[in-house]
Design a protein around this ligand. Sequence first.
Ligand SMILES: [Zn+2]
Ligand SMILES: [Zn+2]
Length: 205
Amino acid sequence: METLSRMPICRVLTKQQKKWLDSGYCPTCGLPKKEWGRRIDWTCCSKECTEKYQECFRVWQYWKLKVFRRDKYSCVKCGFKARTEKIIHPESKKYYRNEGKLFGVILEDKETAKVILGDESQLIGDHIFPIAMGGEEYEMDNVQTLCKKCNKIKTKEDIKKIALYRKQHPSQTDLSNSIVPPSNSPTASSLHSENIICIKEENQK
Ligand SMILES: [Zn+2]
Ligand SMILES: [Zn+2]
């Protein structure tokens, strides 16, 4: 079993940080927009905060690709294969054969310089056992590849399960007293599962 517990949080924000993001505050430090020293159409208040925010995102991208590659860019529920064909310059064949693997080249290139790439834009990295119910977020075993259609179905099921879970465990979902103070670089190990939240929509980028 592989875990990424030492990696920074990616797209998994504290409840407080999620609130900041939703309210238009800097999601990294919580500074309100009127106090920003930069354009307010940015996500974060400063270059430093943006870097921290992006670092988290990049780690998530890496993490998600690992899961997709393990599942061969296919939905584990319905078997849908996310593939995209690309014609490349013959000179870049070597790149795609070697470094290109990082970007999901899963089939060989032919004489035509056509490569088949795994297309992550059609896939979702799904937590099998929802984080909101205490599921592990950084364990490969708890993340699976789903197509968008199957993810919709799964999300509906999850919402029902989570609602039931919250009814049965009211104390664990009362977050009003457990908001953590702003933290510049939250790590998976420094946060409890009850005050972190997964932002699923960013998953699809
Ligand atoms: Zn900030
Ligand atoms: Zn599917």
